[in-house]
Design a protein around this ligand. Sequence first.
Ligand code: NAG
Ligand code: NAG
Ligand code: NAG
Ligand code: NAG
Ligand code: NAG
Ligand code: NAG
Ligand code: NAG
Length: 688
Amino acid sequence: MIVLLLAALLFQFSSTLTYDFTSELQFISLQEIPPTAVVNNDGISFESKLPEEKSADLPPDNGGNYGDLIYRFRENKDALLLREVIITEELSSYEQTIRWMLLSWHLLSPSLIILWLCSTHSLCPEFCSCKQTEKGQRKTACPKGGMHHIPTSEMDASMEILEISAPEDLPNSLSISPVFQQFKKLEELVIRRSNVLQIGTHPFWGVPTLRFLDLSLNNITSVMDHNFRGLVNLVELNLDGNRIGRIQVGAFKHLTELRVLTLRSNLLSELVPRIFLKLVKLHVLKLSGNELEEIDPEVFKDVPDLRVLELRGCGLKRINTQLYHLLPYITHLDLGNNQIQFLSRDEFLDLHRLHVLKLDGNMLPVVLEKTFTHNQQLKFLCLARNRLAKITDTAFYNLTSLIELDISYNKLSGIEAVALTHIADSLQRLVISGNNFTLALLKIILQTLYRVWHLEMAHIKLKALPERFIPDRIKKLNVSWNELSSISVQAFPRQLIELDISNNELKGLNDSVIQKLETLKFVNLSGNPWTCTLCHITPILLHVNKTNLFKQSVCASPTSSSGKKLSELSVKEVKACGGSSDSDKKIPSDKLTLLVGLLCIVVLGVLSVIFVVVSCVKMHAGNAERRHKRAVERAENNLDNATAIFSKGELSFKFPLDLTERRMSVSTIDEIKKDPQQEMSNGSVTGI
Ligand SMILES: *[C@@H]1O[C@H](CO)[C@@H](O)[C@H](O)[C@H]1NC(C)=O
Ligand SMILES: *[C@@H]1O[C@H](CO)[C@@H](O)[C@H](O)[C@H]1NC(C)=O
Ligand SMILES: *[C@@H]1O[C@H](CO)[C@@H](O)[C@H](O)[C@H]1NC(C)=O
Ligand SMILES: *[C@@H]1O[C@H](CO)[C@@H](O)[C@H](O)[C@H]1NC(C)=O
Ligand SMILES: *[C@@H]1O[C@H](CO)[C@@H](O)[C@H](O)[C@H]1NC(C)=O
Ligand SMILES: *[C@@H]1O[C@H](CO)[C@@H](O)[C@H](O)[C@H]1NC(C)=O
Ligand SMILES: *[C@@H]1O[C@H](CO)[C@@H](O)[C@H](O)[C@H]1NC(C)=O
């Protein structure tokens, strides 16, 4: 028992120590790019090793993990992650301190045990869970929802983290009052999705230990300067997803240590002057998803050290460049999904340290000459979903550090190789999806950008991927949403490890291709119209139960098996090629249609000829009979001319009965008139 206690104590002690060292917020300056985001149990740490030293899991020379890094930045977790950076240099001093602490621990242990035993009456409210985090912090989490008050009296007074949240369908209904003073070690407080309507008058007074406060997804409508009094050590404040429309002047003036402030998805329509008063240490400011429309640059006077600024989806039409002048340390700037129509040539003149620039989802028609010439450190540039029809030859001039370029979903149908030469030495990831590029142009692009290994070209109406077209250095390839109906193994670059070929026109794959795909780390084959007949999917059937490639694939035709998963298809079910008439119903080949059409025409022609002949023969047979009759009559009445016939009562009686017969009768009579002798003698008609 004692041993266990000792062990627990040691564990807790040393892990608390870890926290002390790592919890210090380190803003990651991305200057030592290429950084590698190393994912581990604690989150992500950023290391800036040289490419050769990277973990074996990652493809070599991939400073372009940068893309993933950016992606994670988008994922809203960045603020949290920022706090977990471990600076390697400090590790050695950290180790020393550990040693020192261990030594003193030997001396102090008895008294500590007594202390520990006294403080172990740890409480935990019903519906909450209380445990130690991996870093040894005491955490109380109440995620079940439906709470109406915070059961502070039942909580462990020595907890360091309190997290109150709720599922979407069962929000809490809480108000915040000054109940947190009793938690002398509280460092993180989360009250999320709890319908908090206002923050109240200094509810956090007496909790100077608080470093992290998250009040997101509540119903807070305004922020007052008394809300945050006493939070002298607060490092991060999250107010995302509220209904904040009003923020008082100097509302954050007590938060002098604040590094991260996020106010995304609120109802802010303006930023009042001095709104950020005293936030001199602020590094990260996120204002995305507010209808700001215009920004007065003056408000940024108070945050001179800002590194990350997010203004995505704020209805901005233009940015007063004075703003950039006041924020020379900006490394990340996100202006995506606004309505910016124009970038002047010296728009980003003052942003010498810019690493990441997102301008996607705006209305830019052109990138002017030398727009980014002062942003030599730019690593990531996103111009997707604009109206770009032209990129000038010197648009990317001086972008010698650019690693990632996204110009997808624009109106480009050409780009000069000259324009790309400026970034050719550094560019590693290129996204050109959704433009109108021909194969010939693609070839030039790929030749010029000789270091690109991550290529995305979806939605470019690609009908075929010629062999050896994609250079062997490409490791990640996205050719989804094209019109590829077949693919040969020679079309795959040698170093390929990830392939997205979903939503093409593939009906089957041949054996060598499947074998190649099996060696890749990631393949997406979904959305292809697999034709489940022997001639199309036999090679797939042979592999289907041995690989994960076709787990989600379903047959598109023939109709008898459409919708069926390839992996559930039994060999017996699979029809021979073209065996059943419906096998090619969905996608009839042009030649077949032509053939069927021709056949139909021929058959129709023959039928109509037969019909005509038969009806003629029939008609004449009838006529002949009648003629014969009349001839007999004539002979009987001994008549010499036709007029006499018309005067006959018998004939005038017959006419109304059948009009055709009348006409025929007349013609017959004419004929008879013409050659009465012959007719009479033969007694039958041989032809007209
Ligand atoms: C915020 O208030 C509105 C109505 O006032 C309510 O419908 C909504 O559920 C509340 N949001 C939360 C997260 O409680
Ligand atoms: C290219 O960038 C560097 C560093 O920002 C700058 O010193 C240089 O003047 C730029 N070149 C041109 C031609 O603008
Ligand atoms: C795509 O480019 C080709 C020539 O490169 C042009 O003929 C065609 O009209 C363009 N299509 C569209 C939709 O712009
Ligand atoms: C490939 O491109 C498409 C279209 O741009 C995109 O939706 C998809 O996520 C991309 N695939 C991968 C694996 O990134
Ligand atoms: C697969 O296709 C390639 C090229 O299209 C061809 O050379 C090869 O013989 C085919 N393999 C099989 C097993 O059909
Ligand atoms: C494959 O692509 C489809 C559509 O393009 C997408 O819905 C699906 O999530 C992707 N699968 C994987 C494993 O990425
Ligand atoms: C693959 O396995 C499934 C179930 O295990 C089976 O129904 C199916 O017939 C198998 N497919 C082939 C081609 O052997």
